[in-house]
Design a protein around this ligand. Structure first.
Ligand SMILES: *Cc1c(COP(=O)(O)O)cnc(C)c1O
Length: 449
């Protein structure tokens, strides 16, 4: 039997052979040069941003699209457009990126979390209704790791309670649910264009909707709240509402447009790589590849692998097992490691409830009279034990990076080999469980360090 790399053997995947995301080529260079030659770098009606907006609105089948400088900004613009503010609650999922929840805080509203479905890792619609109060105004529904949430029951419940649904589709460009693309089902939808995402501009965001009033208000929020004259299209330097500076730039917009032309093709290659991995990894006892419900397509922003020590025949806790296997796979050359390490409500921000600082706003705001207030020192409105499914997931999952193109099936075969090597040698793997090894995707992979 070949010796595990963690035990001094030769790694399965050679260093430097896993390729970075995004895939940049001649069309991206051409797009960027076009901007430089034109000499327009930014502006509310600048040509690349305006075209990106039209192209993305068309892709999603929506009337309006606003390009912005981040997905986080798009989320806040959506809530501001719907006039969600102090005194209100916004429901999101316990397993997501912080921005799905902090957008509510940025509007001085209070986030409320719902636990996840144990198979899809998306918001569990069966647990949604119990989280709704008369203060709930909106839902921010993340489509996690590239798989859309179960939108049919979510939309039904939202309609019954007159709630606005904002899809957080930052991880799901091009994913589908019963034939509908991410961004089409909710009242509004937000996308990120950051360098990690399936559609990438370096940084950036997109917000789509059909409602003209919301589109108008979101545009005001994007640029200082400044009104624009209907007739002349000139800025009036007269702010009508509170706004920010969330405008995008021409270089990222042009880059995103070039990437959009390839996006479906690149997503299909992620799907081919992921499909192969899933078929192969499902054969290994104790390895749980991502689940795709019928009538949905996954775009694999992240390839999630979950471990079950019991099924692997190892008598340790899920967290210890996951960490041991992660270390061994990492040493075999895989780019592997956790994304979220805890449910979002377990983060310090929600445990201390400091918000802006020791004032405790927005929870302590006079306008907020809901249940997520800390009346006594011992109150714990965000108790991590209220999200047992998300908590268990965070102990037992990891992410296999580098399944995106230009990485090919040849590399996926090596990943599978590495899994077999480790799972055929679990005794040795467990012997190294306390080695000082810190699995992480290489800094160079995303340029974030
Ligand atoms: C990336 C991401 C965001 C934020 O997007 P940025 O462009 O990085 O601000 C929001 N929500 C989710 C679920 C994300 O993955």
């Amino acid at each position: 039997m070949p010796k595990l790399a963690i035990d001094g053997g030769k790694p399965v995947v050679r260093k430097g052979t896993i390729k970075n995301w995004p895939v940049l080529g001649a069309s991206e260079r051409k797009a960027v040069l076009r901007v430089l030659e034109r000499g327009i770098l930014a502006g509310a009606t600048a040509p690349e941003a305006a075209r990106l907006e039209r192209e993305w609105a068309t892709y999603c089948g929506r009337k309006f699209c606003l390009a912005t400088n981040s997905g986080t900004a798009a989320l806040q613009m959506a809530l501001a457009a719907a006039q969600v503010g102090p005194g209100s609650e916004v429901i999101t999922s316990a397993f997501t990126f912080l921005a799905s929840a902090s957008c509510a805080l940025h509007q001085n509203a209070v986030p409320v979390f719902v636990d996840i479905d144990p198979r899809t890792y998306n918001m569990d619609p069966k647990k949604l209704e119990a989280a709704i109060t008369r203060r709930t105004k909106a839902l921010v529904v993340p489509h996690i790791q590239g798989l859309m949430a179960d939108m049919a029951p979510i939309m039904r419940i939202a309609k019954r309670h007159d709630l606005i649904v904002i899809e957080d589709a930052a991880q799901a460009h091009g994913a589908t649910y019963k034939g509908k693309v991410a961004g089409l089902i909710g009242h509004m939808a937000c996308f990120s264009l950051n360098n990690l995402k399936n559609l990438c501009g370096g940084e950036g965001g997109l917000l789509v909707m059909d409602d003209e009033t919301w589109a108008h208000r979101a545009a005001l929020v994007r640029m200082f709240g400044d009104e624009v004259d209907d007739e002349t299209r000139l800025r009036l330097y007269n702010a009508s509402i509170l706004g920010y500076m969330y405008r995008t730039q021409e270089l990222p917009a042009a880059l995103a447009r070039a990437q959009l032309r390839k996006m479906d093709r690149l997503n299909a290659r992620r799907q081919a790589n992921a499909g192969y991995l899933t078929d192969e990894l499902a054969r290994i006892p104790g390895v749980i590849p991502p689940y795709v419900p019928p009538k949905q397509t996954h775009v694999y922003f992240m390839y999630n692998v979950r471990f079950d020590p019991r099924k692997a025949g190892v008598d340790v806790s899920p967290a210890d097992f996951r960490m041991a296997v992660e270390k061994a796979l990492y040493r075999e050359g895989l780019q592997i490691g956790q994304w979220q390490t805890m449910p979002v409500p377990a983060q310090d921000l929600f445990q201390t409830m400091w918000g802006y600082g020791k004032t405790g706003c927005p929870w302590d705001c006079d306008k907020y009279k809901g249940k997520m207030k800390k009346k006594k020192r011992t109150d714990r409105p965000y108790d991590p034990d209220d999200y047992p499914v998300a908590k268990a997931l965070c102990e037992s999952y990891t992410v296999v990076h580098g399944i995106h193109p230009p990485n090919t099936l040849r590399q996926m075969k090596l990943y599978v080999q590495a899994f077999h090597k480790v799972f055929d040698n679990l005794e040795v793997t467990m012997k190294h469980k306390d080695d000082r090894i810190f699995p992480h995707p290489e800094g160079s992979l995303y340029g974030t360090g």
